[in-house]
Design a binder for this molecule. Sequence first.
Ligand SMILES: Cc1cc2nc3c(=O)[nH]c(=O)nc-3n(C[C@H](O)[C@H](O)[C@H](O)COP(=O)(O)OP(=O)(O)OC[C@H]3O[C@@H](n4cnc5c(N)ncnc54)[C@H](O)[C@@H]3O)c2cc1C
Length: 476
Amino acid sequence: MSRPMEKVVVVVGAGVAGGSAALTLRRHGLPVMLIDEQALPGGQILRAPSDYARHVVPPNHEFADGDRLRNRLNVSGIDLRANTRVWSVSAGETATGVTLDLLSGDHIDRVETDTLVVAGGALERHLPFPGWTDPRITGLAGASILMRNGGVLPGRRMIVAGAGPLLFSVAHQIVELGGEVVAIIDSGRWSDWARLGLALLRDPQRLTLALSWMRRLRRLGVPIHHESHIAAAVSTGSGLSVVVNRTGRGSVTLAADAIACGHGLKPGTAITQALGLPHRHDSAGGYRVPQVDNVGRTGRPGVYVSGDAAGIRGGAVARLRGIVTGHAVAHDLGVIPDRTYRRLVRGPLRRLARLDAVSRRMLPLLNASADLFGAVPDDAIVCRCERLRAKTLREVMQTGAHDLNQIKAWTRCGMGPCQGRMCEDTARGLLASACGVGAEGLDGFTPRIPFFPLPLSALTGDFVYDDIPLPRAAPL
Ligand SMILES: Cc1cc2nc3c(=O)[nH]c(=O)nc-3n(C[C@H](O)[C@H](O)[C@H](O)COP(=O)(O)OP(=O)(O)OC[C@H]3O[C@@H](n4cnc5c(N)ncnc54)[C@H](O)[C@@H]3O)c2cc1C
């Protein structure tokens, strides 16, 4: 049953961006529904820690900031829908208004709104290598959630691999919990880090944090291999034997209990693509991103995108983006006049421009593995859901599949429960390499609903077979 809520602003994602947008909207007196699949608001960086994690993880500003956000949301009068996933969205061709299908537990619901803010955050990119499906290998995001929010180490002796500043954040979290970092394997170049360091002079808070991590890791003698990547990981029974390729310096084999690896972030675009919003390729970040103005307005009236969903820039930018999107929605709905709106966004937009310029320096590092996606070895599993190896995908490309959706149709790559979240970047990289074109020219998999697997019972609801009105059989 659909419930029209034209006057209620629906915000998807209760991370730092969605939470800030929702609070700003409430400040302007607007009714807000805030939807998030997690049990508590906070999103990725302000995720609520478990009681155990509060005991074992050293106090940090993310716990404090997250608690503050949750407390403010609790008393704000916002209709908070936790443990609720948006599994489908639709909109008419011309009319305003969006319909969202929600799943909470095994209960489905449908809401309609004239004003939607999409703040669903980012997805991690994964570079496959032979052995990466071993259960001792996790994403950087997964490892971070286990450690920061669960207080649990994925392994005692760990390798941290991939691209971008998360490498150092996760390595630091491992030593904070008493683990050992065997090595940091970084796809990026030392010179890109030096450029980011210079840019961080304009963001002293982040610079101080980064320097404190680096000092501690250096004191512990953690080796850092730049321009390197994991070529293979083999189980030795009690641990992993990990082959690392280092550009121009040959390979090295390391032993570890577990690996945390992630090769950059990209905006989650399932909702914005399903709504048919225009997207563009961001060459610095190496991802597709919805086209928005500086406050999150899309080309479609009443639909806004905020935070990392509008391009990866980190938590501080996401918060400011949420605030300005909240003001923009209130202005566009006629709740605040032009002058008030301009006054309210002036300061946040100025700070946003400064931090945004710094965060853009981070993008080459997050995108440092771009060339490696096309060179994934034949025997590496690319699509984990359907257990498809790179060799199979290369074969269909040679047979004539020159479009990601064609590859999906021929092989089922991207058709499993993860809906291509894990394999799309690799499939695109392999295709770009096979066709000799830039990855930016290739569209992604077309998102299909449901965005996540749904229990059939949620769709059918409670029913008794005898109650189904079956037409009488035709007389023989
Ligand atoms: C492991 C990791 C560590 C990071 N560390 C840092 C750091 O130290 N500093 C920093 O500045 N940035 C960090 N980032 C980046 C950081 O996550 C973002 O910049 C910031 O959290 C973005 O805020 P957001 O509100 O846009 O998205 P998020 O905080 O990711 O919030 C989005 C929310 O939307 C929810 N959601 C998404 N889709 C749906 C759906 N269909 N239905 C319902 N809910 C949905 C998600 O569950 C999530 O709760 C990190 C990212 C990762 C992955």
